[in-house]
Write a protein that binds this ligand. Structure first.
Ligand code: C5P
Length: 202
């Protein structure tokens, strides 16, 4: 059985938490597509051309997700993500993942609009920039990294602007997506709403 759940939305809105929980619940595979852009961003920070890095990406580039979650890599990811050749180079892998037998959940910015426009379920997970900055701050501090709220908020806003304003595959809710605003929702409530949305389409 093929069944694709597309989850899009801005940084730290809860896509990853919801995506993992939905995948666990239904026994689907899960792909955090942001990691692909982060891996390209990390290679660019090491001096490589982003277009070349995207074409040369290997599973080893994804082997250390914690390193890829560093704030400078996040900013680099959103810079390489505006380059059409980079997005093209990552497209086939994401589509192939979505077509896995047994079901797949992909989260990112353009899954419901570009990568999997025919996904059975589309969710757009969002929250206010302030709430997302607070969540990202807690996550960074929980990992023992130093961070300040104002800096994290500025980073979130800069990334939101680049992701929504770019010409190729901008972040936008698909017309047929269900929007979940998690600003005042617990993770449990958001996960329950997402599972119910998938269940209703199965
Ligand atoms: O989701 P995450 O914060 O890890 O994504 C890092 C960056 O990668 C985003 O800010 C965005 O610019 C880019 N991205 C994208 N399309 C996706 C996933 C991520 O452009 N499907």
């Amino acid at each position: 059985m093929r069944f694709t759940v597309a989850i899009d939305g801005p940084a730290a809105a809860g896509k990853g938490t919801i995506g993992r929980a939905v995948a666990d619940h239904f026994g689907f595979a899960h792909l955090d597509t942001g990691l692909l852009y982060r891996a390209v961003g990390a290679r660019m920070l090491r001096g490589e051309r982003a277009e070349d890095a995207a074409l040369a990406l290997t599973p080893e580039d994804l082997a250390d997700p914690d390193a890829l979650r560093a704030p400078d890599v996040a900013q680099a990811a959103s810079k390489v993500a505006v380059i059409p050749e980079v997005r093209d180079a990552l497209l086939a892998f994401q589509r192939a993942f979505a077509h896995r037998i047994g079901g797949a959940v992909l989260d990112g910015r353009d899954i419901g609009t570009v990568i999997c426009p025919r996904a059975e379920v589309k969710l757009f997970v969002t929250a206010s920039a302030e709430v997302r900055a607070k969540r990202r701050l807690d996550e960074l501090m929980g990992r023992g990294l130093e961070a300040e709220y104002d800096t994290v908020l500025a980073d979130v806003r800069a990334r939101d602007a680049r992701d929504t304003e770019r010409a190729t595959a901008p972040m936008i809710a698909a017309d047929d997506a269900l929007t979940l605003d998690t600003s005042e929702m617990s993770a449990e409530a958001a996960i329950a709403a997402a599972i119910a949305a998938v269940q209703s389409r199965k």
